[in-house]
Design a protein around this ligand. Structure first.
Ligand code: C2E
Ligand code: CA
Ligand code: CA
Ligand code: CA
Length: 274
């Protein structure tokens, strides 16, 4: 009856209240975390195929929460985007990553994810270049990874931003390729240096359709003069299959998971030519 309904409503109200409180608590904690350096870059190796030669690292953010332990970016990146903190978070990570990468051999690159929200800022390119100048990190060693959703707002602004970065020597990778709605449109309208094939395709390679789609993406890249990275490679079988089809770069647990700066340094040391 009516009374029961009201009880249920109150229950939901209470639950929403708790969720809201939890969200606000996390948001306050995140603001503090960004300012106090609890968000740190981890680094995942990017390799050449078929040689498996180390070429650089993708920066993947981790939140070292003093009570909760390491929090995944899938939780705090959306929160940072919704609360307008993503820009500050990203620039902090970029600064830290450039500082870490300064002690790496000069041929190793750094790849960083830029959120769609950051594309609303017309000064995005200028800010990135100014961090490069400030840290003394060579623009030609930096790649930025963007997803299609970054491009949907205003293609002219995106074109201008990417153009400024590319003329300075920064490479642009189209991330999670194959999962968006208008990938081909974006490939026609904008100039990319690299396509990153989404790991959902790579991880379902035993599926005939996935395999054909991957082959087609690699071929598409080749005919447009765009290099391809396959994400989420976990087995030698997959790595060999991809290399045989002309995929030039690989990333995945087979080559190494994301690790802190000390882990990246160790990996570099162990792969250095003797
Ligand atoms: P992404 O850019 O697609 O990053 C690749 C994700 O795949 C990472 O998850 C990585 O740990 C995971 N991965 C790599 N190799 C393998 C593999 O072989 N198997 C499996 N199962 N997974 C693999 P992670 O680090 O949890 O990051 C999740 C997403 O969060 C990223 O997806 C990216 O969209 C976002 N993200 C992470 N750091 C940042 C950041 O600093 N800024 C922004 N804007 N987004 C970030
Ligand atoms: Ca990425
Ligand atoms: Ca990706
Ligand atoms: Ca992703």
């Amino acid at each position: 009856g009516k009374r029961e309904g009201r009880g249920t409503f109150r229950f939901f109200e209470q639950k929403m209240d708790e969720e809201l409180k939890e969200r606000v608590t996390l948001e306050i904690a995140l603001r503090h975390a960004i300012q106090s350096g609890e968000i740190r870059p981890h680094y995942q190796p990017l390799v050449a195929l078929p040689s498996h030669k180390l070429l650089g690292f993708e920066v993947l953010a981790r939140w070292y929460h003093p009570q909760r332990g390491i929090i995944s970016p899938d939780i705090f990146i959306p929160l940072a985007e919704d609360s307008g903190m993503i820009t500050e978070l990203c620039y902090g990570l970029l600064r830290q990553a450039c500082a870490d990468a300064r002690s790496w051999p000069g041929d190793l690159g750094l790849s960083i994810n830029i959120s769609p929200y950051q594309f609303k800022d017309r000064l995005l390119a200028a800010r990135i270049l100014s961090i490069l100048r400030e840290t003394g990190f060579d623009a030609r060693r930096l790649e930025i990874e963007i997803t299609e959703s970054a491009l949907t707002n205003d293609i002219e602004v995106a074109r201008a931003t990417l153009g400024v970065l590319q003329s300075a020597g920064v490479s642009i990778a189209l991330d999670d390729f194959g999962t968006g709605y208008s990938s081909l449109y974006h490939l026609r309208e904008l100039k990319f240096d690299k396509i990153k094939i989404d790991r959902s395709f790579v991880q379902s390679l035993e599926n005939q359709e996935s395999a054909k789609i991957i082959s087609a993406i690699i071929g598409l890249g080749q005919s447009l003069g765009i290099l391809t990275t396959a994400e989420g490679i976990e087995s030698t079988t997959n790595s060999e299959w991809l290399a045989a089809r002309g995929c030039t770069y690989g990333q995945g647990f087979l080559f190494g998971p994301p690790v802190p700066a000390s882990g990246a340094a160790k990996l570099i040391e162990n792969t250095a030519p003797t």
